[in-house]
Ligand binder design. Structure first.
Ligand code: ADP
Ligand code: MG
Length: 727
């Protein structure tokens, strides 16, 4: 057997592990390494604590003196936790997190060591960040970028570093990160939703978007991963024949978690709890070696930070357990991909979930208001929402193996569909008393009962209502949730503002009662947005045809999908609610196009190399084995040898044909890359999608055919059955 594959399999066989001790009380561990309100009370003066809490609540800025006091308390707390360094922790447009560590201590002029960390260091830093993507926002001669403290996400100690969540902006003020637009979108939805909530309850003064993500991932042994250049370099398998056993027995979902994996997950959970990430569920997913972690939902900004942090910790803890985490949306062909469902809702400061139907008709009118406005927002901006989940990796997932298709639609279940159908029948203008009673009792009053058995689940819906929240399922597993959350909250915020204006206008100009005005506006929205609602099977041509008729966008690949980001309607939307300006939007468009190009380019290079350096040489070796055999047969049997060498000759022919085809296609692929590389970013991405990407599948098919033909002992790469079933 080829040495690398053989050694890797040996290594896996010999793995042993030490069980992680989980005897400590979880509730005691929770948030121990977070500078939480509780720690703040202990380490800050009452005055500083109150100022900080107010600043967080109202989004006010913090004066220098208070910042100094907070920094001093934070430093003391961090040093007691064993921190030696601090870092501004931010989320540049690479989608990952970034940090630059500085030691706490400095030297005084007298050469003495002194621990220094004051308000200035806490509030703002100027990282030498010229190598982060900026899409032309920052010219190299003005490469300065600033990180600025986000007090709404608490600082934490990870390892020996105090991490301070920050935004990252350019010298000229444009956002260079994922967090800044998110914070602005969250503030926009707070304002818009609070205004609308006041129709129902005057005491509402704040609305927070909530997010509960579900992170799916694959785990494979690190030795096997290291023996596969495609996994090491691109995070997914670029070749590999399907295993004889895949997921067809459905025996992995919710099955018992393998003990080595469980041990890893336990350690991971401990780390999460210390950092205040409220992980709650862990289970096997549908595919072999696929798992999911989900927390209790949190305020959206915090939840986004926690997901980014989790992805980082997952990889670090995995190293200790000799696993590699595959976050890719489609690491294995023909096997379920990984997503990151974003469960989303809105919560008032009075403790009400605005997407949860209540017990009274008023509460349900409130529910319907937010429910229908969300559907309308998704309808108005379906293409932008599709763009928010676009990535080279997600292109392979969307529309395959139970993942939602690349067409955005909303699933609400049978009963709520009936409710909306009834509402739609309300006559124009003022409601008659009978109509009102009928509506309130028959439609609006019945919702909670109805929802009790609304257990309909449609796995192929990209955006589904699941009882008291919407679940945005099209989000890919590698995504930073900030981007989809920015778009979703922005479109709903904009929609709610329009709704408020329309309702107010009806009350003022037509003299309508508030409830009548709300019903009237909602009824029109139900009619307007009907085309986005889809309850059927998201697969197959039937839906695609229907979607085309409904004029919904069908963008199978990222390059096409991203165009919606820079559509005039998107720019108007973001500028209108001050979430991003045109410069920031266009910069993101370019960055994402470039990211797409780079992903495909890397995969193309890696596959080309593997095919030339691993697969062709292996096939040639096997060709020689066959040739020798045939020659031997001829030596023994003379002209009669053909009768005995029939199979060998057929295989020989097939192997030779695949070798020739591979070589030709690799050469053509390289030529296509060279041609594409001469183009400007957007044209380049398009050329990569159209002219380079198709070679990946084509070259793979020859490699996979050879895998079935060649001697298993010669095959150099761990096979699917080994990657998926050995642990
Ligand atoms: P599943 O979708 O896998 O059946 P659940 O319905 O139990 O799982 O919940 C999935 C996720 O939804 C969890 O992460 C949970 O925290 C989140 N969630 C529940 N309620 C809300 C809410 N009001 N806002 C945001 N997320 C929520
Ligand atoms: Mg779910």
């Amino acid at each position: 057997m080829s040495t690398l594959r053989f050694q890797a399999l040996q290594t896996v066989q010999n793995r042993s592990f030490q069980a992680v001790n989980t005897s400590e009380l979880r509730s005691e561990l929770f948030g121990r390494n977070v500078f939480s309100a509780q720690s703040m009370r202990q380490y800050l003066s009452t005055a500083s604590f109150t100022t900080l809490q107010q600043a967080i609540e109202k989004g006010e800025s913090i004066d220098r003196q208070t910042a100094d006091a907070i920094a001093s308390g934070m430093k003391l707390w961090a040093l007691e936790k064993g921190a030696t360094h601090y870092t501004h922790w931010f989320q540049p447009l690479t989608g990952a997190t970034a940090e630059k560590h500085d030691a706490f201590f400095e030297l005084t002029l007298e050469g003495e060591v002194m621990e220094r960390f004051d308000g200035a260091q806490l509030v703002q830093q100027e990282p030498d960040a010229s190598s982060f993507p900026h899409g032309g926002i920052r010219n190299t001669f003005e490469a300065r970028g600033y990180t600025a403290w986000d007090p709404t996400s608490p600082a934490f100690v990870y390892g020996t570093t105090l991490c301070i969540p920050t935004v990252f902006v350019s010298y000229t003020g444009e956002a260079l990160d994922n967090k800044t637009p998110l914070l602005k979108a969250l503030s926009a939805i707070d304002q818009a939703a609070t205004e609308v909530s006041k129709y129902f309850d005057k005491s509402v003064s704040k609305v927070q978007a909530t997010l509960g993500w579900e992170q799916e991932f694959f785990l494979i042994d690190s030795a096997l991963a290291a023996a596969r250049p495609d996994i090491s370099l691109s995070g997914r398998t670029l070749l590999g024949h399907a295993s004889a056993k895949g997921q067809q027995l459905d025996d992995h979902y919710f099955g018992s978690i393998p003990s080595r994996v469980l041990n890893y997950l336990k350690q991971l959970e401990l780390e999460c709890l210390l950092l205040g990430i409220p992980v709650k569920t862990r289970h096997n997913e549908v595919a072999p070696n696929q798992f999911e972690m989900a927390p209790i939902f949190e305020e959206a900004n915090l939840a986004v930070d926690h997901n980014s942090l989790l992805m980082d910790i997952m990889q670090k803890v995995a190293e200790k357990h000799h696993f590699k985490v595959l976050f890719h949306e489609k690491p294995f062909k023909g096997i379920n991909g990984s997503g990151k469902h974003n469960n989303w809702s809105l919560a008032t400061n009075t403790g009400v979930n605005l997407l949860s139907p209540g017990k009274t008709p008023t509460k349900n009118l409130q529910f319907l208001t937010f429910f229908i406005n969300t559907i309308k927002a998704v309808y108005n901006h379906e293409a932008l929402l599709r763009a928010a989940v676009a990535s080279a990796g997600n292109d392979y997932r969307l529309g395959a193996n139970e993942a939602p298709p690349p067409i955005i639609s909303v699933f609400i279940g049978k009963q709520l569909t009936e409710v909306l159908d009834e509402l739609e029948k309300v006559t124009d203008g003022k409601l008659s008393p009978q109509e009102k009673t009928a509506l309130k009792l028959n439609v609006v009053g019945k919702i909670p009962e109805i929802l009790l058995d609304n257990t309909d689940r449609n796995r192929t819906s990209p955006f589904a209502f699941t009882g008291n929240k919407f679940e945005f399922r099209a989000v890919g597993s590698t995504a930073n949730c900030a981007n989809p959350m920015t778009v979703l909250n922005a479109i709903v915020a904009a929609q709610l503002s329009v709704f408020k204006k329309e309702v107010d206008a009806m009350i003022e100009t037509k003299g309508m009662k508030k409830d009548d005005a709300i019903f009237n506006v909602l009824r029109e929205y139900i009619k307007d947005s009907k085309k986005i609602r889809f309850e059927g099977d998201g697969y197959g041509e039937a839906w695609e045809k229907e979607a085309k008729k409904r004029k919904l966008s069908i963008n199978r690949d990222t390059v096409k999908a991203l165009k919606a980001r820079i559509a005039p309607s998107s720019i108007r939307l973001f500028e209108g609610i001050a979430v991003m300006n045109a410069v920031e939007i266009k910069a993101r468009y370019e960055i994402e196009m470039e990211a797409y190009t780079k992903k495909v380019q890397i995969e193309s290079r890696v596959l080309g190399d593997i095919a030339r350096n691993h697969i062709i040489p292996t096939a040639v070796k096997y060709q020689n084995v066959l040739l020798q055999n045939v020659q031997g047969l001829q030596a023994v049997y003379g002209e009669e040898y053909r009768a005995f060498a029939k199979a060998q000759l057929e295989i020989l022919k097939a192997v030779s044909n695949h070798i020739t085809a591979l070589d030709t296609k690799i050469t053509q692929m390289i030529a296509a890359r060279k041609e594409a590389n001469l183009l400007m970013p957007v044209a380049k991405a398009t050329a990569y999608a159209q002219n380079v990407l198709p070679f990946l599948a084509d070259i793979r098919s020859h490699c996979d055919a050879l895998e079935l033909l060649c001697d298993d002992e010669l095959w150099p790469l761990p096979k699917y059955r080994e990657l998926l079933f050995v642990n």
